[in-house]
Design a protein around this ligand. Sequence first.
Ligand SMILES: *[C@@H]1O[C@H](CO)[C@@H](O)[C@H](O)[C@H]1NC(C)=O
Ligand SMILES: *[C@@H]1O[C@H](CO)[C@@H](O)[C@H](O)[C@H]1NC(C)=O
Ligand SMILES: *[C@@H]1O[C@H](CO)[C@@H](O)[C@H](O)[C@H]1NC(C)=O
Length: 471
Amino acid sequence: MFLVISVSGIGANWGTQTSHPLSPTTVVQMLKDNGFQKAKIFDAEEGTMSALKKSGLEVMVGIPNDMLATLATSSKAAADWVSKNVSSYISDGVNIRYVAVGNEPFLQTYNGSFLQTTFPSLQNIQRALIKAGLSSQVKATVPLNADVYQSPSGRPSDGDFRTDIHDLMLAIVKFLSDNAAPFTVNIYPFISLYSDPNFPVDYAFFDGNASPVVDGSTTYTNMFDANHDTLVWALKKNGFANLPVIIGEIGWPTDGDVNANIQYAQRFNQGFMNHISTGQGTPMRPGPIDAYLFSLIDEDEKSIQPGNFERHWGIFTYDGLPKYQLNLAGTTANSRGLVRAKNVKYLDKKWCVLKPSANLDDSRIAPSISYACGNADCTCLGFKTSCGNLDARGNISYAFNNYYQKNDQDDVACGFSNLATITNMDPTTGTCRFGIMIEVDSGFSWKMRQIRKREAALPLLVFLQLFLTLF
Ligand SMILES: *[C@@H]1O[C@H](CO)[C@@H](O)[C@H](O)[C@H]1NC(C)=O
Ligand SMILES: *[C@@H]1O[C@H](CO)[C@@H](O)[C@H](O)[C@H]1NC(C)=O
Ligand SMILES: *[C@@H]1O[C@H](CO)[C@@H](O)[C@H](O)[C@H]1NC(C)=O
């Protein structure tokens, strides 16, 4: 089934910040059907871990940042974490290879919140792995954002770790090296383009004609290679030229920003696949590249504080449909393109829309939209997004429907002061998809259901209160 060419297999990030997750068994099947060999997850939830048993997939389990404070100060907590979330699952047949301690803990937006706790947590987890007899099989690492290093000149050979965390980075790097563990970094040319309007678009891709960055005798024609090699230079300069590097996240979003679209996402991800398929690596690190795509599936509950694109990183939609064709590196499993998720159950074919008779000047419309968008997801509305061409009525219907679907098509969630109505006619037009929500496997996320029921009850409560006041 799998024909490994010259890469060590491609991995996928499997995030679960979603209101209606596909069942873990469906996701694992999807990973296998598509020829992924590795999965990176952000915690160690029971349902996810169980589905990974005997799947053959290599797994990187994650420790969320909010656990770092505890793990940093308590070696007992670290031992318990390893015992419960590594040892026991390995006994059950989960092929755990890495523990990700924290997730991008040194992002500047965290204001240094995890600067004191990340390294001690890494040390405690490593000690616990050694005590459990797992340290040769399971490596502890810290997925870091690419801004932990920089190059003042822009040339990779001038790369070094950020001055404010230089000593900390060196301590971590030495520790990783001592324990034969890899450096894990997330590289995002999209973010560079998003945050700098003057960033040369073509340089973000692998087939572009951007003017190259010349570094001595080396010419860089794409940002990935240059960024990766800035890290390699930083490591080399500090005495760790051979520390292995894993690309923990790489990808491109499809919606929510003018540069987040299907065309660019396909161009970037396919370009990256082709790039690593050659096995030639980067100028500073010839050889296979170990990488995890970000991301497998869209997540409708990710924070949009970094930008509206955050909920659209998936190569698959929330319901497991491929967004575009992509031939993954190192596999022929999907030579006919990406394979959709199997056994997905949808709710009824119905949508919530603005009543045709509603007046656009109605003063209740604006608060209804804010309510819907505040509690559901309107990041497909906006300039140059997939639903950016809707007219005013379409916009309102999109917001209403998204809220209605997120609340499992509960009639109460299609009220909006009597401005909304339920229809059997799919309002989807062009690139703008009016989705139907999927059923959530009840055994798996009863907790999420309870939360959603409470949310759905909210408008009803408001209505009841109003009713009682009036009568
Ligand atoms: C194991 O991981 C889960 C999911 O991240 C977490 O909730 C739990 O606290 C962990 N167990 C221990 C003993 O730390
Ligand atoms: C970081 O600081 C800024 C400005 O003081 C604040 O707005 C933000 O909420 C802080 N973020 C965190 C994660 O503490
Ligand atoms: C639809 O909504 C988007 C995003 O809120 C807005 O930019 C656009 O102007 C709206 N279009 C119309 C026709 O109201």
